[in-house]
Design a protein around this ligand. Structure first.
Ligand code: ZN
Length: 118
């Protein structure tokens, strides 16, 4: 593997920091279900009149989209951490080639190499 221990450790720290941020963001808008890494968007009751109901729904729809997005990113990070454990980190899931280190530094949860990601 082209990744040395030091680089791998740096990337791992990056992933863990990002994971923490994502979990915080998810906890702000939802609740974690019994499945780890799976969140449910919270529905905030603002009030009972028509305008208030409309803003509740609007907020919920926004949060739902945000929640889905954050959850996806979190899943990618967990997957990358998992791959670090079993030694398959940094390998393109499509062609099996090595993912460029510079690419991993920018995007540590990358699953595919630059070529396959196009
Ligand atoms: Zn590839």
């Amino acid at each position: 593997m082209a990744l040395d221990k030091k680089t791998l450790e740096e990337l791992k720290q990056k992933l863990l920091a990002r994971k923490q941020k994502l979990e915080k963001g998810l906890e702000a808008i939802g609740e974690e279900t019994e499945r780890p890494g799976d969140y449910e968007t919270r529905y905030n009751e603002i009030g009972t009149d028509k305008d208030e109901n409309a803003s509740e729904v609007e907020e919920y729809v926004d949060n739902l989209a945000l929640e889905g997005n954050l959850e996806k990113q979190l899943a990618d990070i967990n997957r990358a951490l998992e791959k670090m454990k079993n030694g398959t980190y940094g390998i393109c899931e499509k062609c099996g080639g090595e993912i460029n280190i510079e690419r991993l530094k920018i995007h540590p949860s990358a699953k595919k190499c630059m070529k396959c990601n196009k």
